[in-house]
Design a protein around this ligand. Sequence first.
Ligand code: FES
Length: 626
Amino acid sequence: MSEKMFIRLPTGETLEAVKGENLLHALKRHGVYLVASCGGKGLCGKCRVNIISGKYSIKSKGKLEPDEISSGIVLACQTYPEEELIIDIPKESKLVIGDIIEISRAKYFSDLFRSLNGKISPLLRWVTLEITPPTLNNNIGDLERLKKAIEEKGIKGMSFPHEFITTLADSLRDAEWKVNFAYTDDHKAIFISSIKDKKSYGVAVDIGTTTVVVYLVDMKDGSLVDVGSTYNSQIRYGDDVITRIIYATESGGLDDLRDKVVNDINNLLRPIIERHSIEPEDIESAVISGNTTMSHLFWGLNPAYIREEPYTPALNTFPLWDAETAKLDINLRSPLYTLPCVSSYVGGDIVAGLLASKMHRNDEISLFMDIGTNGEIVIGNKEWLITSACSAGPCFEGSGIRHGMRATNGAIEAVKIDQRTLEPVLSVIGNSKPIGICGSGMIDAITELFLSGVIDQKGKFLMGLDTERVRGGIEGPEFVFSSDGQRDIVLTEVDIENIIRAKAAIYAGISLLLKKVGFTHSDVERIYIAGGFGNYLNIDKAVIIGMLPDLPKERFILLGNASIVGAYLCLMSENMRKEAEEIAQKMTNIELSVSRRFMDEYLSALFLPHTDIGLFPTVGKLLRNK
Ligand code: FES
């Protein structure tokens, strides 16, 4: 029998652990989730907990500072209890799952839909039928009677699945033979309902690697009824798609990941349904948009081959599904549409984003980029589209950065450094005490450190400056942005290297894709930036560090979450679904990571802003005028 031990939390809660089980795992089993960006490998240093008392053994100290170790801080994934432990979990180590994290309504939805000349044509079509009730003189079967009424409306070639037929007799009588008959584009009967009090809603879902967003839409007029958004609960298995794919291949992992994301969607829908006094049955269609891995996990498909050369998804074009099989808590017969993917690393979210940007309809050469946990790029116009994922990694979402975090309360989101005193002024989300630094804060911080002469073009610290903020840390030099006597928030030279690598991958991806089609940066007339990060990005500073090309500011358009907008458009209209499929077909995917030219471009971009300053004329001028 396995030996049991206990873990006590400051809340008074006592949890049971099994000998040989690490702390991270034991806490997770009891629903206490820690940030575990590396999936428990001891690499990210995010799962810190404080041991107040008790005996334990540790496998690795990772990158903990000596003073952290002496004050009882351990990495939960590397710590094994040997007797009862009393622990404390610092705020920055707690993973927020299940909370509503953002309520934003894109009011421009209906305008955008109109500007695309979209006609409302949901996944479910409706026809109202007044069927003659049976009599002793006319007692043909119910299905034959229904078929006759449908054909009288000029609709031919309908198929009637078993689940439709089994409920038909009762449904017709409950509705007193005056019914709304629902069927799909391909003429499959879905259900019938009473014509009285007919409500019709649809749900658009964006499954991001980090967040899940749900929009409830009134299908009668396309108005947005409500919005819900939460962290993707799969985060507890790691921040990026690769750690999820690895977990999916473990026993029970795939089912677990699928259940997590389906629960997230259902948990978001439940309060929305209650708030608006509607019934789950009133939600009659759903559209899912996600990257290729997220779409596979939602469908319960093995994503293993996505990460193995030659990087093959199980499928790119998903058949129409239904809510019952997908386990969504809406009308069980609802058809469910999944946006098509292009390749292993360019998914339905990018197709949806492009649809929302309209760049595929324009003559001008445009660049679309999604800077999230990976980094995808599309270049083209209405004639052609070329795309690639550029493996930027999730550092802008906090992974691999010592005090990196997502853009939530407590994150430093903007930084200004006084060039004379080198004192920073911070802007923190929620105006609270800083607990970390998010993507936009990192870009600001590096720009300011660079312009103040604290770091050089390679991102290396200049030592001997007249400030105590630059100091030696466990990983080498670092800059202290804030200190409360207990915990300092720093950006280390290793962090800066990681961020420069990520920005270099993005810039190299853009440069190489442009060269492949014979264009230069200045030929790009419009740049669309999508992704959660796209809401907060400071364009000027992203140009100064060399992440974005040095082009006039008015060419940049921040789209925010374009994936959910594309999902909404597909929910509303058959034309939009067809257009999304055409976009996916038209996109030529290029695997940049295997190209030697990519490596050349990448190496040239590993500087601030670039080895060739001629590519960044405004930054060159700024540096000369300093
Ligand atoms: S170091 Fe423990 S989860 Fe990454």
